[in-house]
Design a protein around this ligand. Structure first.
Ligand code: SF4
Length: 587
């Protein structure tokens, strides 16, 4: 790669041709402030519209200041990143943005995590000089079951648009209108619920202000916890334990399973259970479905639907319902672990407790915003009573713990309650891309071959590449597997299947970067691949430390089938643990 030399703040730096001033400055330790810029380094995608003008610098010989995030270095360039002219320009730009922004910092749900707020503090903005009494533009607010849009707070950075279109290929958001009226919105300024939005929430995770925020049911959870007539139980998804600690200053990848359980008990939950239990159950149902389809295919049945697609990610389910309605019969019909847990809690555990289903409140703690929508899908309710009443995110749990003055760091580790708290290593790895299919393979291999697995780790299925393919040997029968995380990659795999280019037996898809560990409800990672990697390693560490690592060996799962469900794919299992899909494209 050709190299060029430039000078930044009196320091000479050698950079590759094509590098921006922003990157060149970073190379010598100068952090130019940014607002609209976002580097999704794990994808090699940069959002750098150069629109906000916060990152302007002075380039000698040019009349106008230049946005450093989108200006390429040229040989001999001399740059000043913080002289008086630059500092004044940045302040003026920021004041102009603030002049058209609601002053709601005290009550905004993004307060404390908002880049605009942080920038105002960093630049010492204490008053807005130029346009103090200017009338603000006002826009309609939009409430969906998973996320909220308050476009009064949109600063047109277009990060959400990049994620929604370039990364996820969902195409729900794009810029509309011109000038002061320009805003990012669904086409025809529809509400999100009427758009192709999958509720993956990745737009929320990159929004630098409070324009896109999660739908938050924490207040309802607190109300239920204070109601003596209710029994309130909680389930925690596998990815939560690998990231919750970050909200309390711990290093990414610190496992806080025991402290999380202790905190939930301190909050007043009657029982603290594990979604991992339901993940083991998912493997029993989904793995049996996989074996059934493979068995029929191998015995020559012509109309067997392969590949089987995993169905535990609700954003992915929304995506294929919208974009692949012709393929609705290939995903597994198994419900997600969140919903399997809810169905077992309300139809089995409530009876054990002798509690009416209406008086049993099931709360989930998820890394995910789409789960908020999933638990509101009509098919997961009985007479209007949901199987999972409320879903809160990892970040929302952290703020609940903080608001109740619980000192997370000093908590003594505790164990999950039984019976719905027992789980295997196979269930834990659901939190990372490739984990669901590895868990399914651990069980399917033993059931298919009748032999004990000699090597439990299927390292060929692991990794953080966006699309991965592997063949697993089932004692002489090759099983071809595809894995994708993030919906843009899922689209490539699905298009390949549609066109006949790929020939897989099974495919796992997760909507978020790295799988659920990078979910939009997790502590914000803004695309830092080292954070995702640390969480990924933590998940596999927890798996390796588990006494039981295969779902079909979970003693409470075995008992549940003996006492209640009968066997995988039984009529009762079908009724409680499986679902059906809809053609949303027609909408
Ligand atoms: Fe939710 Fe996980 Fe799917 Fe992301 S990958 S949308 S966190 S289920």
């Amino acid at each position: 790669m050709e190299k060029i030399k430039i000078t930044i703040d009196n320091t000479e730096v050698e950079v590759s041709k094509g590098a921006t001033i922003y990157h060149a400055a970073k190379q010598i330790g100068i952090d130019i402030p940014v607002l609209c810029y976002l580097n999704l380094e794990h994808l090699n995608i940069e959002n750098r519209p150069g629109g906000c003008r916060i990152c302007v610098v002075e380039v000698e010989g040019r009349r106008n200041l230049a946005p450093s995030c989108s200006t390429e270095c040229t040989p001999g360039m001399v740059v000043h990143t913080h002289n008086l002219r630059v500092m004044n320009a940045r302040k003026t730009v920021l004041e102009l943005i603030l002049s058209d922004h609601p002053k709601e910092c005290l009550v905004c749900s993004s307060s404390g995590q908002c880049d605009l707020q942080k920038l105002s503090q960093m630049m010492g903005i204490r008053e807005i000089h130029a346009v103090e009494n200017a009338e603000m533009s006002t826009y309609r607010k939009d409430f969906s079951p998973a996320l909220r849009r308050d476009m009064d707070k949109c600063i047109m950075c277009r990060r959400c648009e990049t994620i929604c279109n370039d990364v996820q290929t969902v195409g729900a958001l794009s810029a509309v209108n011109r000038g002061f009226m320009s805003v990012v919105a669904p086409a025809f300024e529809q509400d999100l619920v009427d758009s192709p939005c999958t509720f993956c929430g990745q737009c929320v995770a990159v929004c630098p202000t409070g324009a896109l925020t999660p739908f938050d049911d924490t207040a309802k959870v607190i109300r239920a916890l204070s109601d003596p007539s209710k029994t309130v139980i909680v389930q925690t998804a596998p990815a939560v334990r690998a990231a919750l600690g970050e909200e309390f200053g711990l290093e990414p990848g610190t496992l806080v399973t025991g402290k999380m359980v202790a905190a939930l008990r301190s909050l007043g939950f009657d029982k603290v259970f594990d979604t991992d239990f339901a993940a083991d159950l998912t493997i029993m149902e989904e793995g049996t479905e996989l074996l059934d389809r493979i068995g029929r295919y191998l015995s020559g049945e012509k109309d067997v639907k392969l590949p089987i697609l995993t169905s535990c990610c609700p954003a992915w389910v929304n995506f294929f319902e919208e974009y692949y309605p012709d393929m609705l019969d290939i995903p597994s019909t198994a419900r997600s672990p969140q919903q399997m847990f809810g169905a077992i809690a309300k139809n089995y555990y409530a009876d054990l407790l002798k509690v009416k289903r209406e008086d049993l409140v099931v709360v989930s703690v998820m890394p995910c915003l789409a789960k908020k929508y999933e638990c509101q899908r009509e098919e997961f309710s009985t007479n209007g009573n949901r199987d999972v009443d409320f879903s809160i995110s990892t970040r929302e749990l952290a703020s609940l713990i903080k608001s109740c003055n619980i000192n997370f760091d000093s908590l003594t580790e505790e164990e999950f309650d039984q019976p719905l708290g027992e789980s295997t290593g196979a269930a834990v790895i659901f939190g990372a891309t490739g984990g669901v299919i590895e868990a399914a393979v651990r069980t399917a291999y033993e059931l298919f071959t009748g032999k004990k697995l000699e090597k439990i780790d299927f390292k060929e299925l692991r990794g953080l590449d966006g699309i991965r393919m592997a063949t697993v040997d089932f004692n002489g029968t090759p099983i071809h597997i595809g894995i994708a995380h993030q919906l843009g990659n899922a689209r490539k795999l699905l298009d390949g299947i549609r066109s006949g280019m790929y020939n897989f037996h099974a495919i796992e898809i997760m909507a978020c970067p790295g799988g659920c560990i990078g979910g939009a409800g997790q502590p914000l990672h803004h695309g830092h691949s080292d954070i995702i990697k640390a969480r990924f390693d933590a998940i596999y560490r927890e798996d390796s430390q588990k006494k039981i690592r295969k779902s079909h060996e979970n003693p409470f799962i075995i008992k549940l089938y003996e006492e209640f469900l009968g066997h995988p794919l039984s009529e009762k299992s079908h009724h409680l643990l499986h679902t059906h899909y809809f053609d949303k494209h027609k909408k």
